[in-house]
Design a protein around this ligand. Structure first.
Ligand SMILES: Nc1ncnc2c1ncn2[C@@H]1O[C@H](COP(=O)(O)OP(=O)(O)OP(=O)(O)O)[C@@H](O)[C@H]1O
Ligand SMILES: [Mg+2]
Length: 415
């Protein structure tokens, strides 16, 4: 799938934009603060609904307007047909307060889409941006966001289960808060009601997260090994509710069983045993922590606390690694996301490269370029004449169809 045309209305500093883009390399250049990242962000949001810079959609609405609209016409190489995506977001108060009512509209080929899970994955993108470093340095929530979105792009049902689980956790949290720490007023029947459903849904989530964490770990280890010329060993492990990793370890005591699970060929009989064991374990944990939860007024145990632990040579990267090592690991994670989307969905995602090449040394640039192959890419830089230097001389191969777009104050003024 690649993008043919992009239109924007009142998105960030763009009033109106209508742009035909090329199927190969699109270089977006211009001075600082002109709208290069904004264009990349718009493409990312029209593809994945969730953005990389802000989780507040109202930040994306052009100041003083009451909604943004992004439209992309994409071409599906497999079916040789065009498809149109539309993402709109509207507020009732010119974006001034955060209390006004909001409305999101998603459309696929003109048809309204009610569930985000039916929208994500139609035209996938992978974005490489300076913020990626937070995957290594930042809080668990950033890694969860990356991981959740990555799995949703590959497996849309995941997004549904995630939304249902989050809804349930929020409802349970509201009940916990209402008790105001009064452990004597706990109604176990009510909490069992939440926890039965929550343990089933969480078991399903853990199965999916565990599988994707194993796949991600394998790929990221290989990428990082290559980037560091085999000198460094990157380890990613999935951290979840206490005792779950031990349970999974016992279940997957044979390599063949684990590999079958990773490639999606483990029998349904095996999976349902595992799902059942996980669910029982989780229910016991939820009951065990119920009193603490009431005292704290929040669910202290659950998959909403999951994280990906990232280590280099056995040490947590967040605390011990150099800036360069962290950059390599972040790049390895994103390259692995790209590989997984390509391998599992069979379709190459559109690559969005914002301010990345300038930060990478020759080895890391090479790794990125090797992964790009024939994907459609959008890449930003400040100076057209230096594009070769700023981006990469290899990317400027004469046989590639390279298009230039000059951005100035939220308009494309020339090619
Ligand atoms: N909601 C909004 N409405 C109007 N303008 C906005 C909005 N959000 C951001 N901007 C403006 O967009 C501009 C930044 O655009 P962008 O981040 O795309 O810059 P850039 O071209 O990528 O610059 P750099 O080279 O520094 O990365 C800023 O001038 C900012 O004020
Ligand atoms: Mg920018």
């Amino acid at each position: 799938m690649h993008i043919e045309h992009i239109s924007l209305k009142d998105f960030r500093n763009y009033g109106r934009l209508d742009l035909d883009v090329g199927p190969s390399v699109n270089i977006v250049y211009g001075n600082n603060a002109q709208g290069k990242t904004n264009l990349i962000e718009a493409i990312n949001i029209c593809s994945s609904v969730t953005g990389h810079r802000t989780s507040r959609d109202r930040d994306l609405i052009r100041f003083g307007s009451d909604g943004y609209e992004i439209r992309m016409t994409c071409f599906d190489e497999e079916y040789k047909s065009e498809t149109e995506l539309f993402a709109g977001f509207y507020v009732s108060d010119n974006g001034i307060s955060s209390s006004g009512s909001v409305r999101r509209v998603l459309k696929h080929d003109g048809m309204k889409i009610d569930r985000i899970s039916d929208y994500i994955g139609i035209c996938n993108t992978v974005i490489f941006a300076p913020e990626d470093l937070n995957l290594i340095k930042g809080a668990p929530s950033g890694r969860r966001k990356f991981f959740n979105l990555m799995i949703s792009k590959i497996s849309p049902s995941y997004y549904d289960i995630l939304s249902r689980t989050n809804r349930l956790i929020n409802q349970k949290n509201a009940s916990l808060k209402e008790l105001k720490g009064d452990v004597y007023s706990i109604n176990d029947t009510v909490f069992d009601f939440w926890d039965f459903s929550l343990s089933d849904l969480s078991a399903e989530m853990i199965l999916m997260r565990y599988r994707f964490a194993l796949l991600l770990a394998e790929k990221a280890k290989a990428h990082h090994g290559r980037i560091s010329s085999g000198k460094e060993d990157l380890e990613i492990t999935y951290n979840t509710v206490t005792g779950v990793n031990e349970l999974l370890g016992r279940f997957f005591d044979e390599e063949t069983k684990l590999h079958a699970f990773m490639d999606g060929s483990l029998s349904e009989a095996n999976l349902s045993v595992l799902r059942h064991d996980l669910s029982e374990h989780l229910l016991a944990k939820f009951r065990q922590t119920r009193k603490t939860d009431v005292m704290k007024g929040i669910s202290t145990t659950g998959i909403h606390r999951d994280d990906l632990e990232i280590k280099l040579g056995g040490l947590p990267m967040r605390l011990y690694s150099s800036q360069g090592q962290q950059r390599s690991a972040a790049l390895s994670l994103k390259l692995s996301e790209l590989d997984m989307i390509r391998d599992i969905t069979g379709s190459s995602p559109v690559l969005l490269l914002d301010d990345v090449f300038s930060e990478l040394d020759a080895t890391r640039r090479k790794s990125l370029l090797e992964s790009i192959r024939d994907a459609q890419i959008f890449v930003t830089c400040t100076d057209k004449d230096d594009a070769g230097m700023n981006i990469s001389p290899d990317l400027m191969d004469t046989d590639k169809d390279i298009r230039f777009f000059h951005v100035e104050s939220g308009s494309i003024i020339s090619g």
